[in-house]
Write a protein that binds this ligand. Structure first.
Ligand SMILES: Nc1ncnc2c1ncn2[C@@H]1O[C@H](COP(=O)(O)OP(=O)(O)OP(=O)(O)O)[C@@H](O)[C@H]1O
Length: 243
């Protein structure tokens, strides 16, 4: 579903790698946290997976596509399979909650009855039933992030990527937001969350990938067996989960 094979990303020719020879694989339906200090490469990993940027070396495979060689004309089809959520919610301020979410489907050319069915269903999934008519500035930070999540998943992407989704939220609201992401994962969506919020990572017993100076230094299932016992840094494929 998401596979990095010896991926290195340098933003400038002579600069230190932001991602340094990273190999990893996230299978369909997994929930994974990516952790690491500021500047460790978390956002770069996400931007590589959306093909906002391309790898300097190595291969990035997402939803069956190799992204470095992917022609620009095929990027929109890739992006249909990926929902992205950011720290700042990036909502359309003049549009209601409903319109913010419906907008995505309209751009994709969805039929009116599809929009009418999917938008309320998605608002309910993220816990925003009853808020469809509100404008973003009439919502709390947590509610705004729920709108952003609804907007990311309304097209039913195979993969949801979240870059510091709780960065602007208090601890309790952060917990609620990750609970929403967990609920979305349980519908079958692969979820990857970049965060430096250790308490969130501790609360949800999920697989954790840790980056340090761009290198992958840990791949571990929380509260269960240690993933890195069967983690082969050379190939990036884990014996227990090679599919
Ligand atoms: N557009 C860019 N141009 C040049 N260097 C960049 C660019 N984006 C990121 N970097 C550098 O790449 C490295 C990794 O940055 P990245 O944003 O991926 O880290 P991060 O773990 O997401 O950090 P943060 O938690 O602060 O967002 C850093 O050294 C950063 O300065």
């Amino acid at each position: 579903m998401i596979r990095f094979e010896h991926v290195t990303k340098r933003y400038g020719a002579g600069s230190a790698p932001a991602i340094d020879d990273v190999s990893m694989e996230v299978s369909r339906g997994e929930f994974v946290f990516v952790v690491g200090a500021s500047g460790s490469g978390k956002s770069t990993m996400i931007r590589l997976a959306t093909r906002e940027i391309t790898a300097t070396q190595g291969s990035v495979l997402v939803a069956g596509r190799e992204l470095r060689g992917l022609p620009d004309r095929r990027v929109p089809a890739l992006r249909r399979e990926i929902g992205v959520v950011f720290q700042d919610f990036r909502l359309l301020e003049g549009k209601t909650v409903y319109q913010n979410v419906a907008f995505v489907l309209k751009v994709l050319g969805s039929k009116r009855h599809t929009v009418k069915q999917l938008v309320p269903e998605t608002l309910e999934l993220v816990g925003l039933e009853g808020k469809a008519g509100r404008l973003p500035h009439e919502l709390s930070g947590g509610e705004q992030q729920r709108v952003a999540i609804a907007r990311a998943v309304v097209k039913k992407p195979a993969i949801l990527l979240a870059d510091e989704p709780t960065g602007n939220l208090d601890p309790e609201t952060s917990l609620d937001i990750v609970t929403v992401l967990d609920r979305i994962n349980k519908t079958g969506t692969t979820v990857l969350v970049a965060t430096h919020d250790q308490s969130i990572v501790d609360d949800f017993k999920k697989r954790v990938l840790e980056l340090k100076d761009g290198a992958l230094v840990r791949d571990e299932q929380q509260g269960g067996y240690l993933r890195n016992q069967d983690f082969d840094h050379g190939s990036g494929r884990r014996a227990a989960d090679a599919g």
